[in-house]
Design a protein. Structure first.
Length: 186
């Protein structure tokens, strides 16, 4: 997908976007020195952690806009629009650790029986999207590793994130997608 140098570029861009917006309410323009590869449409999430605790995380699971533009937008959104947290203040910036996850396009996991999901999902490799009749939830690949979940726990927690029953992944009308991510940290 993208190189380590491009990942470093995205991390610095996310950090600059946060600082520029939180301190001066300025949304950065796309830098002129942006590598061409980062102008392609890709899914991305920006995760903010403070003292090793989640402080904000927002992104685009689908490749809906150029990656560089999406990073600028979701870095700011993760700081001020994550409904689970109050907005990040400028005084918190020194304690915030930025993580950028660049995503592949989600693919529907095709199974004959729901039990087959257990063989088709890789912990630490795959992120999940669970879609049911009344909700949709996403968990990034690193979440299952951080919580030391097995595949069944990962599925259950993605269902919970969607606001669905934890065993909704066993229902025929539930759709489950997987995607992979490249994770870059400060």
């Amino acid at each position: 997908m993208i190189s380590n140098e491009e990942g470093e570029f995205l991390i610095k861009l996310a950090r600059s976007s946060l600082e520029s917006y939180l301190k001066d309410k300025i949304i950065l323009e796309v830098p002129e020195d942006t590598p061409d590869n980062l102008k392609e449409e890709m899914g991305v999430f920006v995760t903010l952690n403070k003292n090793e605790q989640l402080r904000g995380c927002i992104g685009y699971p689908e490749p809906v806009k150029p990656l560089v533009n999406a990073v600028i937008e979701v870095a700011i959104q993760s700081a001020i629009q994550d409904p689970r947290f109050p907005p990040v203040s400028p005084g918190e910036l020194n304690d915030i650790h930025v993580e950028v996850s660049v995503l592949t396009k989600p693919e529907l996991i095709e199974v004959d029986k729901p039990a087959e999901y257990l063989e088709k999902i890789g912990i630490g490799t795959d992120g999940l999207i669970v879609e049911g009749c009344s909700g949709r939830g996403l968990l990034l690949p690193q979440v299952a590793v951080e919580w030391q979940w097995n595949v069944e726990e990962f599925l259950a927690n993605t269902c919970r994130k969607a606001g669905l029953n934890v065993d909704c992944w066993l229902e025929q009308d539930t759709q489950i997608y997987k995607f992979q991510g490249q994770i870059f940290n400060e």
